[in-house]
Design a protein around this ligand. Structure first.
Ligand code: FES
Length: 125
């Protein structure tokens, strides 16, 4: 019986030491552009295309989610380095879950599995 489960392709991104916290790299897997980011000691991978109008996230900014406090003019950043901000119109997505910061239930980007194997950062897509 033929399975409908698609086989994931293993792609080596780089050596772990070649990416520092806050760094990003883009890899092509088949015809998919994937953005790999390092946040502290964790790696995440998302599709490198914004669902709004298709901008490449690699040119965006990685930072936390700005949240207001009860004090006027005071904000704090939740999950520092955990959100990619689109360079065109600043939609932002959690790199861990793919969920939009402002509409997490309805707007999401594709995420991919990333592992560190024998000191290499590897994406499965
Ligand atoms: S293209 Fe990304 S927010 Fe518009």
């Amino acid at each position: 019986m033929k399975s409908n489960v698609k086989e994931l392709e293993r792609t080596v991104v780089c050596k772990k030491s070649e990416m520092q916290p806050g760094d990003r790299k883009v890899v092509q897997v088949r015809r998919i552009s994937i953005l790999v980011v390092r946040k502290e000691d964790e790696f995440y991978a998302v599709r490198n295309a914004c669902p709004h109008q298709g901008a490449e996230f690699e040119k965006g900014v990685l930072r936390g989610a700005a949240r207001a406090t009860s004090e006027i003019k005071e904000v704090y950043y939740e999950k520092p380095g955990g959100f990619i901000y689109c360079p065109w119109h600043h939609w932002s997505f959690d790199v861990e879950t793919g969920c939009s910061m402002h509409d997490p239930e309805n707007t999401k980007i594709k995420t991919f599995e990333v592992k560190v194997e024998a000191d290499e950062v590897v994406v499965y897509a």
